[in-house]
Design a binder for this molecule. Structure first.
Ligand code: PMP
Length: 407
């Protein structure tokens, strides 16, 4: 892409200057977590150097300033995903906590024995286990949309799974294990036609494409800051106010109350009802600056460049004789998962690490889909806009070398 200056962008990420095993770091583990630009690091540094204080409680200047930063971050994040109200932005630790919150709170309010929840076969464990726990508590039933051999979910099978007992559909937007991009708008519409709300796990989509929660008409949307160039320990649960208002609190404690007596406690309004205790204050500040950083480059440019990287990597990997792609959906983002013949992914990953190349190996917290393909795991390279085609060429060289050593 001619107007995308990746060399300049790489300068923004201090960690990319590192050497690993004597070789320049090539970081292809972006689906696990992304690296942080100096702009984001500075925002948190500035917070601790100049503003650090607890929020919402003090009349003193620092507390007021910290509160303003925290709440203005909520407002920026609202704008970024085009939510209607900032009270619909709930700060959580990450995608996992967001899903647990909905499973616990929505689950306790709306699920009864015999009710059903629909997920898909390509979910991350964090969009499986909380629902299994809910099913155990409520004697409800988990139903799973199957996928074809390319890792694409079967929409007709999904339609058949929806019944009068379905209380929620919760599916991943982009699979971290395969890269499949689900047709979430269609999935949401189909559920809504049956009167069923939908939760989307956006852990792998927020960093790659425009998310507009109102355009999607999604009921709950979850993502993690660390996957979108912000710090760990912060994430967002977006929820429609009409649903969040009907749901009971998740955790109890300070912040989530209006008044407390031993006889009766009155809960706070949204979003605080779901934010018990001193929050992660630096997290929203970090996330706000990560979104600013992205907007400064331009999300559509980022998306186009990352799509080019994925296509280039897929083509170059196809040149390797014993390559077996796992996940070949038509719509994919930023992830290639593969095996080389019968070589164990761990062995390939270890040799690549010796060459300074960070890939992920294993089941990627998505064991059921690995079982579906009858494999123990894959090698996964996942791309970000700071990666380059030259790095992909070095990955290919590394895989060829590993194949020679291991075959
Ligand atoms: N869903 C998907 C698709 C993911 O990729 C991940 C992280 N690998 C999660 C959920 C969980 O995110 P976190 O660990 O940040 O809570």
């Amino acid at each position: 892409m001619p107007d995308f200056d990746v060399k300049k962008i790489r300068e923004d990420f201090p960690i990319l200057k590192r050497f690993i095993n004597g070789k320049p770091l090539i970081y292809f583990d972006n689906a696990a977590t992304t690296q942080k630009p100096q702009y984001v690091l500075d925002s948190v540094d500035n917070y601790y150097k100049n503003l650090n204080s607890n929020v919402h409680r003090g009349v003193h200047t620092l507390s007021e300033e910290a509160t303003n930063e925290y709440e203005s971050a909520r407002e920026s994040i609202r704008k970024y995903i085009n939510a209607g109200k900032s009270s619909e932005i709930i700060f959580v630790r990450g995608t996992t906590e967001a899903i647990n919150l909905v499973a616990s709170s929505f689950g306790s309010e709306f699920f009864n024995a015999g009710d059903e929840i629909i997920i898909s076969a390509i979910e991350h464990h964090s969009n499986i286990v909380p629902w299994q726990m809910l099913c155990e508590r409520k004697n409800a039933k988990l139903k799973v949309i199957p996928v074809d051999d390319g890792g694409e979910i079967l929409i007709d099978e999904y339609k058949k799974l929806l019944t009068e007992k379905t209380k929620l559909v919760s599916v991943v937007h982009i699979s971290n294990a395969l890269g499949t991009q689900n047709p979430v708008k269609e999935i949401i519409q189909i559920a809504h036609n049956a009167g069923v709300p939908v939760m989307i796990d956006g852990a792998q989509s927020i960093q790659h494409s425009k998310i507009d929660v109102r355009e999607l008409d999604v009921d709950f949307f979850a993502f993690s800051g660390h996957k979108v160039y912000a710090h760990t320990g912060i994430g967002v649960l977006y929820g429609k106010e009409s649903l969040l208002n009907k749901m009971p609190p998740y955790h109890g404690g300070g912040e989530m109350i209006k008044s407390v007596s031993f006889e009766k406690t009155i809960y706070n309004d949204l979003p605080y009802k779901f934010e018990a205790g001193t929050p992660n204050i630096e997290g929203p500040i970090s996330l706000k600056s990560a979104f600013e950083y992205i907007e400064n480059i331009g999300l559509s440019k980022i998306e186009q460049y990352e799509d080019e990287l994925l296509e280039y990597a897929t083509n170059r990997l196809s040149e390797i004789k014993n390559i077996r792609f796992i996940g070949t959906a038509k719509e994919k983002k930023s992830v290639v998962s593969f095996l080389c013949g019968d070589i164990h992914p761990y062995d390939t990953g270890t040799i690549l690490n010796n060459l300074g190349i960070a890939v992920r190996t294993g089941h990627h917290c998505a064991e059921p889909i690995m079982k579906r393909f009858n494999i123990p795991g894959t090698v996964r390279a996942s791309f970000s806009f700071y990666n380059t085609k030259e790095e992909i060429d070095l990955l290919i060289e590394g895989i060829i070398k590993a194949n020679k050593m291991l075959s």
